[in-house]
Design a protein around this ligand. Structure first.
Ligand SMILES: *Cc1c(COP(=O)(O)O)cnc(C)c1O
Length: 392
């Protein structure tokens, strides 16, 4: 067998077979359906219930498959399936594997809309959830019940940047036959591959670092073949599928994922280091700063610290607003993982639906600023952050 190419090479080189035009770059397969040479071929296609034969772009599409296959390869997974958004990936996972009477254990620090699904929608179908603090993994096992089917977490978490030892959690899940689902959105497979540490399914909002340029929405789930096939059938029949156009954009994005993540992380570490000890900041958090409470775990399971830095302004909510208003270059928006540096204030935006107590419990303090470090020259990013701090 030929030597397996390195992940960064596969991110560039894995491609849909060339058409008769012998194009170098994969074209956009903007078609809703596919044709057959005979009634027998068409009957055979419908009999497969697999994405291997193209029928209709809600079921599969060559461009979507290219994106999914690359993501599976980069995560070290057997298979994958794409969705229109990250939330569609998360919701499809819950709907496919959880039934009435089942129980799910989740980290309390999860993406705002994920928290909303767990607390507001799953109970409507009789699915109960329990929560653990990412900083107290030893409490997880006490939450396990006979009805527990799934354990869900993000590491690093959004926006608290809490980190948990995936291998440790996977061992608990294995012992109790619980499916471990990890949202790997903040790290990307260029930085961390949860399957290597025992995760059963890995989910991404491809909207973030995977696209990396703030253009399209997308989601993807990868994992063991038999699990992904169940997800595939759910998505094929209920319709939260990825658009071929977005898949084309996202597959091109993956070609630059590794160099982008290296640059995001190098700049983020430089900024985090520089901001530590600033007179207006009480605390800086970044996975690869030695002061991070789970620094040792971050070093074990991540190849760099990723592109997100958070800090706490001593002046609380009022300083947070002043800081955002003083920014000149850095964008004020709630997205992340863009080539353009973004600053946000979670307490008044992404996590505003949570109560004050819920925000406190996931580490979202009034003066918390989240910076998604972009690809601009790091000196320009720092200049803008420092002048905004002076004026906040
Ligand atoms: C953005 C995000 C999601 C949701 O993804 P969408 O593409 O916006 O639906 C889920 N998890 C995390 C960690 C995110 O940052």
């Amino acid at each position: 067998m030929a030597k397996q190419q390195k992940p960064a090479t596969r991110a560039v080189r894995m491609q849909t077979p060339k058409t008769a035009q012998k194009e170098h770059s994969t074209p956009l397969f903007l078609t809703s359906s596919f044709t057959y040479d005979s009634a027998e071929d068409m009957a055979a296609a419908f009999a497969t219930e697999s994405p291997e034969v193209n029928i209709y772009s809600r079921f599969s599409n060559p461009g979507v498959d290219e994106f999914v296959n690359k993501m599976a390869a980069l995560e070290g997974a057997e298979h994958g399936v794409a969705t229109g958004t990250g939330m569609a990936a998360i919701f499809s996972t819950f709907m496919t594997f959880l039934s009435k009477g089942d129980h799910i254990i989740s980290a309390s620090a999860v993406f705002g809309s994920t928290h909303t699904i767990l607390t507001k929608y799953l109970p409507k179908w009789g699915i109960e959830s329990s929560y653990f603090d990412m900083n107290q993994p030893e409490t997880i096992e006490t939450l396990v019940k006979p009805a527990t089917k799934m354990l869900y977490l993000e590491t690093p978490s959004n926006p608290g940047l809490d980190i948990i030892d995936i291998e440790y959690v996977a061992a608990i899940c294995k012992k109790h036959s619980i499916m471990l689902v990890v949202d790997n959105c903040f790290a990307t497979p260029a930085v961390q591959q949860p399957i290597q540490y025992g995760a059963d399914l890995v989910i991404h909002s491809a909207t973030k670092f995977i696209d990396g340029q703030g253009r399209v929405l997308g989601g993807v789930i990868v994992g063991k073949k038999e699990l992904v096939h169940q997800l595939y059938l759910f998505i094929r029949n209920t319709g939260p599928s990825m658009s071929p156009f977005n898949a084309w954009v996202l597959s091109k994005s993956l070609e630059t994922l590794f160099i982008r993540m290296d640059r995001h992380a190098a700049s983020a570490l430089a900024i985090a280091t520089k901001l530590q000890g600033h007179a207006k900041i009480s605390r800086v958090k970044y996975p690869f700063l030695e002061s991070h409470p789970q620094y040792a775990i971050a070093k074990k399971q991540m190849s760099n610290g990723g592109g997100i830095v958070t800090f706490e302004l001593k002046g609380g909510v009022e300083s947070g607003r002043k800081f955002l208003n003083a920014l000149e270059m850095i964008s004020m928006t709630n997205n992340l993982g863009d080539s353009r540096t973004i600053a946000s204030h979670p307490a008044s935006t992404t996590h505003s639906k949570l109560s004050e107590a819920e925000r406190q419990s996931v580490g979202i303090t009034p003066g918390l600023i989240r910076v998604s470090v972009g690809l601009e020259d790091v000196e320009d990013i720092l200049d803008d952050l420092l002048q905004a701090l002076d004026n906040s």
